[in-house]
Design a protein. Sequence first.
Length: 446
Amino acid sequence: MGVAEISLLLLVGIIALLALGVPLGLASGFLGAAIAYWKFGERGFFILGQRMYDITIEHALLAVPLFIFMAMLLERSDIAKDMYSSLNIWLSKTRGGIAIVTSIMAIIMAAMSGIIGGEIVLLGLIALPQMLRLGYDQNLAVGTICASGSLGTMIPPSIVLIIYGVVTETSIHALFKAAIVPGLMLGGIYIAYIMVRTRMNPELAPLPELEVEVTLMDKLIALKGVLPPVLLVFAILGSIYGGITGITEAAAIGCIGTLFIIKMRGEFSLGLLLEALQRTMRSTGTIIWVTFGATALAGAYSLVGGPTFVANSIVGFDLPPMGVILMMMAVFLFLGAVMDWVGIVLLAMPVFLPIVAKFSTEDMGLLGGLESKHMAVWFGILFCVNMQVSFLSPPFGGAAFYLKSVAPPHIKLTDIFKGFLPFIVMQLIVLAIMLLFPEITSVFLD
């Protein structure tokens, strides 16, 4: 059996196993182990085991459970609730103010933890009831929460960028710097959309009736709810961008800072700590098993010559470089609708990135202003924007299921996906901008 037949067998196999409800880690791991044993016997298991060991000893991966732990601490405390209340006081008289507050809060939280699940659940518990109570349009409310809540995997310190950097051996510092503008661009376009849409149709976001006039002094006092999270963001990102610490050490600083804030607020308890640790272990365990499985499948496929076969097949289409990039974006969008992002990074990047690395930078975008040393960084940012779309894409968009777990019973899953449409369009617009003007990602790069 040739590489083409093995590729088809693996594609059909992974789709069939996922359709049967087999977790991605187990499905990919089983197929990888089966191919390795079939082609190389017991020796194949040792080769795959070495690949798994090599990726698990990467120092940067320690940042993943640390950032997850910090997110779980934030979710269990009232830090986010106080931040929401503080921002709401400042924008109480603004049309669509609560939706704007939700987006701003999501951006700040994204810069603190780098994950999406807990953030969407938290925003769903805090912001959704408030928006529905005031008569906000349901589609606008759910779309704002899920699209903004997904920014945790785009804005540094994004866990997606950390895993991408480890797998592709790309500088995580460079990825974090490159993601600043695209991440803020996504958040900014969401806020601009809310402001324009609610002014064109005020019925989408009625203004609340204020019983007491909010004074400037009230707004200044309310800043105390925003100050601790903002200081935490500066401590984490400042230590990274300032070259003071590495990614892992910055994550540890974030955990210690979060625990300190919780303690100073009088919210710390052994129960809170244990629950945060348990949830962290569950989330980290899921990522590890997917990493093991996808590494096994990617390793086995590499051993039989899969990446070379795929590269030759793509080149055989005789497309221009940007045409090949667009084809890869379409593959990412398709895979993102049915597969977890960890699996996509581990399965697709060893195949796609070597192809992209061979392209001339003059062929990238409209102006060709990207330096060759930044090619892998730019491709990583493109992947992250694609994953933003995948988090909202039916039928398996993770953001919808996170929100559904805390949404009122009358909001169905189909209603949630319906509210995503304009935000998916905005994400695709940002993706197009990154494709046409790749030099945007190198604004803060050396």
